[in-house]
Design a protein around this ligand. Sequence first.
Ligand SMILES: [Zn+2]
Length: 332
Amino acid sequence: MKEIDIRPADLFNEFLKLSVDDINTFFADKSLFKHVRCPGCDSNVSHHGLTKYDFTYLQCLVCGSLYCSPRPNIGQLEEFYQNAKSVEFWATHFYQETADARKKLMFRPRAMLAADLFSENVWIDQDVELLDVGSGYGMFLDEVKRIGKFNSIVGIEPNEQFAQICRERGFHIINKYAEDITADDVSANIATCFEVLEHVYDPCTFLRKVQKALCVGGKLLLTTLTANGFDIQVLWQHSKSLTPPHHLNILSVEGMRHLFERSGYRILEIETPGKLDVDIVLNAYKENNFISESRFVNLLIAQNNEKTNNAFQRFLQQNNLSSHIQVVAERL
Ligand SMILES: [Zn+2]
């Protein structure tokens, strides 16, 4: 998989441009912003990490997580996710134009992983319900339905436009924020949550709500960004993954451990299976002429050796140093 497959530069740059416009529309009044503690370990000991589009990211001095603070309040974020142009562009252009690649390279493998969790479960002969939190355009729902192992598939999607798209394809969608769901809405055996945690106002509250929607012993498969990742560490303020107001929480691996413990889960697996760090860094250097900021990256670019790059990416995966993190956790 390459960066161009799932986020082509022209589409992604248009999305970033719309995000900047949205900041002026939705977040002009920064007096409403809230100061928060580290979303990973809950410490308030931090230093300035970086500033992007006038949003400040702090870095936790205990666990190394990066987080936006002060950040838009919950009402501001809900208004943004219902009406922002960048969100609509993501739904109507970005996702559609990368749909085939995303299905094949991202959502099919994730559906297989969810099916593996099903195979390991102890609910033999029971109806097994899968809950997908943040279903978006519904690509994961399509793939998991295709595998056909789950008796029931439910999606939670707060955006009305996305929820309607999924319903038109026959899926049961709860049109709410995960923070608003109750045990009456759903009681799932397996929950999945892909690329949502980085967006939410309060990750601990969010995960506790998902926990309540799982039966005891139920499992959660979650992916997000991590601050330990090579591309984020190298590119820092130049990283396209650090895009306020979309991405507010970029936790370290240690921060993720703290967060899951605080939220009522036992972590079964934590790994960084990302495939794109090296490609993203090389592309960013080519696009923006960052030459001389890192001699090591300059050396990688000068060598331009695919075998070396692939081996280096595997090293990052194997040592929890890729920016794409995956957690499997059990509800306590
Ligand atoms: Zn922390």
